[in-house]
Each structure stands twice: as C-alpha cells, then as structure tokens.
Ligand binder design. Sequence first.
Ligand SMILES: C[S@@+](CC[C@H](N)C(=O)[O-])C[C@H]1O[C@@H](n2cnc3c(N)ncnc32)[C@H](O)[C@@H]1O
Length: 314
Amino acid sequence: METSVPQSTFATKTASNMNVLAKPVLKWAGGKTQLLPVLSAKYPKSLGTKITKYIEPFFGGGAVFFDLYNSNFIKDAIILDANPELILMYKTIKKKPEALVETLHNLQKKYLLLNNSNREKLYYEIREDFNSNRKSNYKELNPIRASQIVFMNRTCFNGLFRVNRKGGFNVPYGNYKNPKILDSENIYAVSKAFQIAEILHGDYEDILALVKSNDVFIYYDPPYRPLNDTSNFNSYTGVFNDSHQIRLANIFKILNEKGIYQMLSNSDPMSATGDNFFDKLYEDFNISRVEAKRMINSNASKRGKIFELLITNY
Ligand SMILES: C[S@@+](CC[C@H](N)C(=O)[O-])C[C@H]1O[C@@H](n2cnc3c(N)ncnc32)[C@H](O)[C@@H]1O
C-alpha cells in the first residue's frame, strides 16, 4: 500500500503557468469536481513518473482527467463514454474549437437579446432541432450540435443532460437570469488538453483491448448502483445493472493481474442498507468509504451525509 501521493494541481491550487486550467465543459450527473480533494489524495504514488498514461472509460464530464492533465501527470490518455452525443461534442472540441466558439458566441448573442418568453421559445426550438437530428453514431464533427449541447446544458433546468427512453433530450427550460453560455477560454484549454487524448465512443469493456502496457492508470466512475429500487435507466447505454457491475469487477481483476493501477468509484450500499455487494465483489482490493459532497435528497430535512466507495488495487 502506498502512503504518499503526488500533489495534484487541485490539491495545491497553483497553476504551473499562465495558461487557463481546463475544467469540465458540461455539468454532468455524478461529476467528480467536488470530490477531487479526496480522489487526488488516492492517486498512485508513481503517477507522473513511472505512470504517464491514463484511461477513463466512463468519462462523463471528465473532472479527474482535467485534474491529471492540469497537474502535468499524464502524457497520453484514452477517454471513452457510451454516450454518442457527449463523444461527438468532445471530438469537435478537440479538432474544431474555433468553430464551436463561433457558433456558441452567435447563439449566446441571439439568446441574450431576447426577452424571457422568447428565450424560452428559443430553448425549445433548439431542443427540438437537436432531437430531430439524432443518430446513434456520428461520423463527422458537428460544431452546431456541440453548441446545442453546451447551450442546453447552460440554460436547461438544473443544467443536466438527460434523455427519455426514446433517446430525446427532455429537460425543461431553466429560466436563469444571466447564464454564461460561452466560456471560450475553457473551450480552448479543453481542446489543448484533448490533444494528448484519443476520444472514443464505446463500451467500458473495450478498454481490455486498449491497454497495451502496464504504465497505465485507470479511473472508473460507472453509473452508480442504486441504493433503492429506482431504475438506473440511461437510454443511450441501457440499464447499468448488477450484471454490468460484476462484468466491470471482472475487468478490474483481469487488469490487476496485468499490473495496471486502478481506482474505482461507486455507491456504498453497505453504509446505506448493510448490503455487502461491493465488499464481496472487490474483497481482494483496498476499499475506502468517502463522504460524498452531493446531497441526494431534494427534501432538505431528509438530507444527510452519504458515503461512497473508493476502491484501489494499490
Ligand atoms: C457517473 S458518470 C461519470 C462522471 C464523471 N466522472 C465526471 O466527473 O463527470 C458515468 C458515465 O458513464 C457513461 N456510461 C454508462 N454506461 C456505460 C458503458 N456501458 N460504457 C461506457 N460508458 C458508460 C455515461 O454516459 C456517463 O457519462
């Protein structure tokens, strides 16, 4: 068990140069920005020296990738997600940041000139256009589509990306006074960070074929196992059920045998209901319980501390 860890940029809060630090472009369900102090304390000790490659198979907003990149720990990365819209947007940011900035700039200008009811109308027009041009896979970069995702993420209710069972984006309008739709500095910073990354649309199991050497660190942040019976439905990826959790644990074991450094987050059914599902599944590894900053109950009186798991094989 390693005891000391490299200091991440997040932990030290010192920028190594005048460049803007890249941060997640979207607000994303389960985003890890708030947990970075806890996660970064658990990074492998040899990150940045012996380990310079990184794989993140449930990328989402990518908070950990940006922390590692900003901290200069990684030279090479593979980022993967099963959501085709998200991956299309990231590929567009990597290759065509100027086109995205320009499209978003125009959209922001148009939006801010409108009165409230016309802003709402524009939101629903964009949502309709986005939903009627959907594909399950994308062959070409698409700055317009990418700009629509950022725009909706900034102006929709609660700023989330959520789709219905048919795959349509279905979040209602958010009615915020002055949303910051375009953050061009961050888009360029993210584009620069992505130059070290291969960006892939796929399933987490694809990583088995992608790990080619053992100087790799993998962070897994899968859809969490629900603590109650609420369905964990995501129309792009189907239900991420217990059989997925078990398949994921098998991948963790296979890559452990290959000497890969791995860290995994999940919910903690043990501290919620006494269910030892993950304790058994990962019994050969190091399991810590960390306090999640997120509040899961919208009813303030029922809010309490919730814990989640952080599992490492080092
Ligand atoms: C909890 S989120 C990750 C959050 C991320 N760590 C962050 O900081 O924003 C889980 C992600 O897994 C993706 N996902 C769901 N099922 C997947 C699968 N079978 N393979 C790969 N990614 C999947 C979802 O699209 C979602 O972006």
